[in-house]
Design a protein around this ligand. Structure first.
Ligand SMILES: *[C@@H]1O[C@H](CO)[C@@H](O)[C@H](O)[C@H]1NC(C)=O
Ligand SMILES: *[C@@H]1O[C@H](CO)[C@@H](O)[C@H](O)[C@H]1NC(C)=O
Length: 329
């Protein structure tokens, strides 16, 4: 027996060395692959490499107008952020006079803030007006990236940054466009009826497998090499979405690994997918409406959470009408 082991010995050494060499080779290959991947990621960050379908994020954007103490003071249950163009005073006014004025619903504090980018060049008149507007209402957040339609993803991401650092007191956050009629009471009811405080929660009008548009004339066209899959991961339509406050920090963190495209809500879906979070359908999908019916109907409108309006005049008149009677139907 001892003899046989003695004879096998050289062969065993040979096998061991073969195994070790293979392992080393494998590790070297893995290392090379990692370095190449990391280099690629680094390149993504370089602004000069930015394609037409991508946006300049992450960058060290800062807030020119900020409300750093607002959440600590108000301790909101729900903070509502309205992305809006700097020059759109009309939309902000309409919201302040309508749904933005509802600060306390079912004992829950609601905080509404407007989020702006900056104008290119030195538009001092506009900037002075914004400073005055903010002195009066103290509800503006302005970041120093350039405000434009193609930069909406940056707006959403600086919103997530702001929420995660300046508003940890809130339980939920809402992103809502400036042309949306929001029914704060119905929204608070929806959240309160969830019974327990949700985590990893995001809801709204969920598109579960929206097609990537490949027609170059389409507004949301995205070429194959920018996004190779034919469908986006599930995401809530950008008009209005609601999320639990543990999400902003996670979304900011994961966004560092996913090159941002200009389609804000689809990009949010890409981040959520990477986090393994599936957007939830709201208790009642019909409460979110992107295409308003041809005729206004008080009974219908009073039951909704969010509906797109045509302009600020319409938003104001519908909100006033809904609230003109305690029995809208
Ligand atoms: C988006 O914002 C960045 C940073 O301010 C700016 O460099 C870029 O030109 C903007 N893009 C558009 C299309 O406005
Ligand atoms: C707002 O929209 C309504 C309905 O489409 C229209 O009749 C009205 O003229 C618009 N008002 C303004 C100021 O644009």
């Amino acid at each position: 027996m001892g003899h046989a082991i003695f004879l096998l010995y050289p062969q065993m050494i040979y096998k061991t060395w073969l195994l070790v060499s293979l392992l080393i080779l494998g590790n070297v290959l893995l290392l090379c692959f990692t370095i190449v991947t990391l280099e690629k990621r680094k390149l993504w960050r370089l602004p000069k490499k930015l394609g037409y379908y991508h946006v300049a994020y992450p960058q060290k954007y800062t807030f020119i107008i900020d409300q750093p103490e607002k959440c600590a003071e108000h301790k909101p249950f729900m903070v509502v952020i309205v992305p809006v163009a700097p020059g759109n005073f009309e939309a902000r006014d309409a919201i302040r006079k309508t749904w933005g004025s509802e600060e306390l619903v079912r004992d829950k504090a609601v905080l509404v803030l407007f989020l702006l980018g900056s104008r290119s060049g030195t538009d001092e008149t506009l900037q002075n007006q914004l400073q005055k507007e903010n002195q009066r209402y103290q509800d503006l957040l302005q970041s120093n990236f350039r405000d434009s339609y193609r930069n909406l993803t940056i707006k959403t991401m600086v919103m997530m940054e702001w929420l995660s650092t300046k508003c940890p007191q809130a339980s939920y956050a809402v992103k809502v466009d400036a042309d949306v009629l929001l029914n704060i009471k119905n929204l608070i009811n929806m959240l309160v009826n969830l019974k327990t405080l949700q985590r990893n929660y995001i809801t709204g009008l969920i598109l579960s497998s929206n097609s990537v548009l490949r027609d170059p004339s389409s507004k949301f066209y995205l070429p194959h090499d920018v996004y190779p899959r034919s469908r986006y991961p599930p995401y809530p339509v950008g008009m209005c979405y609601i999320f639990s406050m543990d999400l902003p920090e996670k979304i900011v963190r994961v966004s560092l690994h996913i090159r941002p495209i200009f389609i804000e809500d689809a990009y949010l879906g890409m981040c959520l997918k990477r986090l393994g979070i599936i957007p939830k359908k709201p208790p009642n999908m019909h409460q979110f409406v992107v295409r308003p019916p041809p005729q206004y109907n008080r009974c219908l409108y009073s039951r909704l959470i969010a509906i797109l309006t045509y302009n600020s005049t319409q938003l104001t008149s519908y909100w006033t009408d809904i609230h003109s009677s305690s029995t809208p139907c």
